[in-house]
Design a protein around this ligand. Structure first.
Ligand SMILES: *Cc1c(COP(=O)(O)O)cnc(C)c1O
Length: 374
């Protein structure tokens, strides 16, 4: 990812003019950060932390939010707060960013993989049931590339089998399923505010829930499990996973622009789709009752060879792209013999195109004109 610069040298020393991402910061970020510096509230205490948490809860319409230092620890502490640990199994899509799976390992639980659904690329609800055992404690869903999962079906399965539902919403801030925000369905949900996420704090994350006891538990664990009544007394093993006031200040400014950022991303996606209509390129399918916020504009080529050729040609024309994630079951730490053909095929054929909010119409047309030569 390229931050804060439009020109970098790529591997073959051709000049990258259009990066995959850069943050959109046209609001009061600088003003709020300067307030932190001027008042010297630069650590994890200060007014912006609470403001960001309250503003975030209001925005996605959940009752409680707790800031953390990134999206990976958000997942770790969410699992810890739910009491998931050694001997437990957590069902997770294999087609996800590795952080979802690592977090399950951090608490000593075992990730149980489920393949992606062919057209929507999210966890296949019909394949979840096959993976439930007496050890299954939770299902972690990941709203991949901004498109919400089939939440109703999955919530029904969880209810029926008495499983906890965790949402990894790192890629889907602001996305909706049947009119309701992603992150407001699960027992607990997590967000990432890394530099390329839809709203960013540089590094940062959030844990949200409608259950106060869970968010209280997150807040306790993220502050070294320090006793509320006895100084320097730690009731159990805790963590330092707090967000700084400086990051929260950026977050408050980002939230003020969230609607605008999402509008821009949806416009960009529409334009890519219309420019590439009638080609052999395919997009993630959107169910009619979802609002996708298009974290990354993601396309599939017919096969890996064409995918690689498209990426090379784009690179030679100054356009940075990313391949899709490798499925987690292929990673050395989680390798297993089962195959997950949909996730593997997506991974071989996928490209993330430049997706940042202030990408302009001419740039998108230029990118698509190159893709169309294939
Ligand atoms: C980005 C991301 C994370 C992790 O976020 P960080 O803030 O980078 O730790 C977790 N899950 C998914 C699906 C992500 O895309």
């Amino acid at each position: 990812m390229v931050l804060n610069t439009t020109i970098i040298m790529s591997n073959n020393s051709s000049v990258i003019q259009i990066p995959v991402y850069r943050p959109f910061m046209s609001g009061r970020e600088k003003e709020y950060v300067c307030q932190c510096l001027d008042t010297k509230w630069i650590s994890s205490k200060g007014e912006f932390v609470g403001r960001f948490e309250r503003g975030f809860s209001e925005y996605i319409k959940v009752k409680h939010s707790s800031t953390v230092s990134n999206g990976t620890v958000a997942l770790h502490i969410a699992l810890a707060a739910l009491g998931i640990g050694a001997g437990d199994e957590v069902i997770v899509p294999t087609f996800t960013y590795i952080a979802s799976v690592n977090a399950i390992a951090y608490v000593g639980a075992t990730p149980i993989f489920v393949d992606a659904e062919q057209e929507f690329w999210n966890i296949d609800p019909d394949k979840i049931i096959e993976k439930i055992t007496p050890k299954t404690k939770a299902v972690m869903i990941v709203h991949i590339y901004g498109a919400p999962c089939e939440v109703d079906k999955i919530a029904d399965i969880c209810k029926k089998h008495n499983l906890l539902l965790i949402e990894d919403v790192a890629e889907a801030f602001g996305s909706k399923y049947k009119g309701q925000f992603a992150g407001s369905f699960g027992d607990i949900a997590t967000f990432s505010f890394f530099g390329n996420k839809t709203i960013t704090t540089g590094e940062g994350g959030m844990v949200v829930s409608n259950q106060k006891s869970l968010i209280d538990r997150v807040s306790f664990l993220k502050s070294q499990a320090v006793s509320a009544s006895k100084e320097y007394w730690h009731d159990e093993i805790g963590y330092n996973y707090r967000m700084t006031n400086i990051c929260a200040a950026i977050g408050v400014a980002q939230l003020e622009q969230a609607d605008d950022i999402i509008l821009k991303k949806r416009y960009i996606a529409d334009l890519y789709k219309s420019e590439l209509a009638g080609t052999s390129i395919t997009f993630q399918k959107d169910a009619p009752y979802i609002v996708n916020t298009f974290w990354m504009i993601s396309i599939l080529a017919q096969n890996q060879e064409i995918r690689d050729r498209i990426r090379l040609k784009l690179r030679d024309n100054g356009i940075e792209t990313r391949p899709f994630f490798y499925p987690a079951h292929m990673m050395p730490a989680f390798r297993q013999n089962d195959t997950y053909p949909v996730a593997e095929s997506l991974s071989e054929r996928g490209i993330n195109l430049p997706s940042y909010p202030d990408l302009d119409t001419e740039q998108i047309k230029y990118i698509c004109s190159i893709i169309k030569t294939f």
